[in-house]
Design a protein around this ligand. Structure first.
Ligand code: PLP
Length: 423
């Protein structure tokens, strides 16, 4: 009997024992190729010597010092590194222990930013139906994944959800990709006008939707139009790059490829690549200054924020990605893997779409590829696929996500950046 309260009470999980590059080996000696980096986390695999040695070094100097009393060298260096690389004037870094915490902090930051300027009437967020921003109550409220939020709806504050940018399902035959992007982005303007722009804090979206729909990138131009609308109506743009950031899509930040600078970016997963739990919120200078010159205090914080060992691990992860030129590796592997997937599944009756950016790839499963009819809601095909893959020694991330409010099924592939061609 296990005393761990696992998320699936009745599953019989193998016990992970050791790591070997992109493989996890269980206590029975069975090897699993990590085709999804867990949940798009382990971008450097499972036993990278440079990261392990950076963690050991930090543990031998100062493992932890509460951020209310001290800063630390790794926290300062990582913030410097991130802000040097980030687009625009995203000059300040607020640390968290993971993705939901990062989103939660971003939402509260948006609220306090406007309070600092006397705009207390602003209290609403606009988000998208097809999105996942985390499981804590604030993050869950902005998320649009019905399966994840349904039971907790009464606890969630009201959020207006608009259409996702999901060309496979929603682009009309009589419009170009650019026209589609514009039409869908303009839904934000409609939503603002319905709520009253003066009451809205921010719009939040994932540049490449991950866990809800299996790697759906926005079409070119969509985020640019979103940025324009946010500027026009004076609301903040929060891009959630918890899954798609930190190199996963072939650039450090996914929004670089959309040529858009948001007011706030949240990152996590690939930041520490699983070697330590860490997330971060990158904030534009002007936002930070509203706090610095206003109350001088952000009314938020967690015990483990800016954890020195987590920051040291993340710094080593990011240095390794840079030194080993792994972003170009991500782009190359994208071509190879999507080529392979297309060859394997192009004719498959239940594969509707193969898509993604970099090493954030998705396969959408359908009942009928011609009509794009989703598999029946309630189907547990995703659990079966996961089991079958695990039996064969492959980790992938199949899920029951959301297609415009209804359940849809996808498989997410997000292998480590260090994968070799044969692996
Ligand atoms: N935001 C996005 C886009 C995510 O994909 C996730 C997790 O999958 C989260 C937030 C929540 O992150 P965490 O599970 O680290 O709390």
């Amino acid at each position: 009997m296990t005393h761990v309260f696992h998320r699936h009470c009745h599953s019989n999980l193998p016990t992970a024992a050791t790591g070997d590059g992109p493989y996890i080996i269980d206590t029975q000696g069975k090897r699993y190729l990590d085709g999804s980096s867990g949940a798009a986390v382990s971008s450097l695999g499972h036993n990278h010597p440079a990261i392990i040695s950076a963690i050991k070094k930090q543990l031998q100097s100062i493992p932890y010092a509460h951020s209310g009393f001290f800063t630390s060298e790794p926290a300062e260096e990582l913030a410097q590194w991130l802000t040097d690389k980030a687009p625009g004037d995203l000059n300040r870094v607020y640390y968290t222990s993971g993705g939901s915490e990062a989103v939660e902090a971003a939402l509260k930051m948006a609220r306090q930013y406007f309070l600092e300027q006397g705009e207390s009437q602003r209290q609403y967020f606009i988000a998208r139906r097809q999105s996942y921003h985390g499981n804590t109550l604030g993050a869950l409220a902005v998320g649009g994944n019905q399966w994840r939020r349904q039971q907790f709806d009464p606890l969630l504050s009201p959020v207006q959800h608009i259409a996702p940018c999901y060309s496979y399902r929603d682009q009309r035959t009589d419009e170009t990709e650019a026209e589609y992007g514009l039409r869908i982005a303009n839904e934000l303007e409609q939503a603002l006008l319905t709520t009253g722009p003066e009451k809205v804090l921010a719009f939040i979206a994932e540049p490449v939707v991950g866990a809800t729909s299996g790697a759906v990138p926005a079409v070119p131009g969509y985020l640019k139009r979103v940025r324009e609308i946010c500027d026009q109506y004076g609301i903040l743009l929060i891009l959630d790059e918890v899954m798609c950031g930190m190199g996963r899509t072939g650039s450090l930040f996914a929004c670089e490829q959309d040529d858009v600078v948001p007011d706030i970016i949240t990152v996590a997963k690939g930041l520490g690549a699983g070697y330590q739990p860490i997330g971060a919120v990158l904030v534009r200078e002007q936002l930070y200054q509203a706090f610095a010159q206003g109350s001088g205090f952000f009314q938020h914080g967690h015990t483990y924020m800016a954890h020195p060992t987590a920051c040291a691990a993340a710094l080593a992860v990011q240095h390794t990605i840079e030194q080993d030129q792994l972003l170009s590796r991500v782009r190359k592997l994208n071509k190879q893997i999507t080529g392979n997937l297309n060859e394997m599944f192009n004719e498959h009756p239940y594969v509707g779409d193969i898509r993604g950016r970099g090493l954030l790839l998705g396969i959408e499963l359908v009942a009928d590829r011609e009509t794009k009819q989703p598999l029946p809601a309630g189907s547990n095909i995703h659990q079966l696929i996961k089991q079958c893959a695990m039996q064969r020694g492959l980790m992938c991330y199949p899920m029951a996500g959301t297609i415009d409010g209804k359940q849809g099924h996808h498989i997410l592939l997000a292998p480590p950046f260090i994968l070799t061609n044969t692996q």
